[in-house]
Design a protein around this ligand. Structure first.
Ligand code: ADP
Length: 233
């Protein structure tokens, strides 16, 4: 591809404390609109890879570029800009328990500085996109895992982010719900959003046949287009 990468890692190493390796000399390019699965055993470095991209962690060495900016050098204001352009979805949903589905999304828009009018206009559209209009008045505890994850995905895309990061988004839902959640991701990807998703879900990786980056002890041991969960030559 000729386009510049939207995400570029140059020889990135992350060491926690003095000795635990998170990532070990990782270099890779991810382009706009790609859908990338990060696979590998627990502790292989998948979450670290994602956390480095939205600056929840900083690399010990190496450079990380998101949209041409070296994100190690960002000042607070620029960091807020970065995070506006990146949506994040976690395995454990991380919704506010004392707010309804609607309010969870509306609140995230408030935090981003949207006007009330825009919030009232946009939240129903987001709820529709993730198939949750009929549950908008429910609190997280009244929703299934799959429904909570839909709301969390809605919250992650309020700002139409260029990049969506997901850390085992189907880890807490049943297999058929996982497929539905992946349909939402595919839809989001189809309009040009780059998706980077860490997963242990063999079925989903094999079915979608996207790019697979496999990590082992912090190193990239495989980077394959149309890859399967387990390497087959
Ligand atoms: P994965 O997401 O593939 O399970 P992680 O990126 O969470 O892997 O972890 C990679 C390695 O870094 C593991 O050995 C893990 O124990 C370690 N690690 C992750 N986060 C921290 C942390 N905050 N402090 C110390 N070690 C950590």
């Amino acid at each position: 591809m000729n386009q510049p990468a939207i995400v570029r890692l140059e020889n990135v190493t992350k060491v926690y404390g003095n000795k635990t390796i998170g990532l070990d000399h990782v270099s890779t390019n991810i382009h706009k609109g790609e859908f990338v699965f990060l696979v590998g055993a627990s502790g292989a470095g998948k979450s670290t890879f994602l956390k480095l991209l939205f600056r929840e962690e900083k690399p010990t060495s190496g450079k990380i570029y998101v949209g041409n900016k070296n994100i190690s050098l960002l000042k607070t204001k620029e960091l807020n800009m970065l995070r506006k352009n990146i949506g994040v979805v976690f395995q454990d949903f991380r919704l506010l328990e004392d707010r309804t589905a609607y309010e969870n999304i509306a609140y995230a828009m408030e935090v981003l500085g949207y006007m009330k009018k825009d919030i009232m206009d946009r939240v129903p559209k987001i709820l529709k996109k993730v198939g949750m209009q009929h549950r908008q008045e429910h609190y997280p505890q009244q929703l299934s895992g799959g429904e909570q994850q839909r709301i969390a995905i809605g919250r992650a895309i309020i700002n139409s982010p260029k990049i969506l990061l997901a850390d085992e988004p189907s880890g807490n839902v049943d297999p058929s719900t996982a497929v539905e959640i992946m349909d939402i991701f595919k839809e989001i990807n189809s309009v040009g959003t780059t998706i980077i998703m860490a997963t242990h879900d063999r079925f989903i990786v094999d079915q979608l046949a996207k790019r697979v980056i496999e990590l082992k002890k912090g190193q990239v041991v495989r980077d394959q287009e149309g890859g399967r969960y387990t390497y087959e030559s």
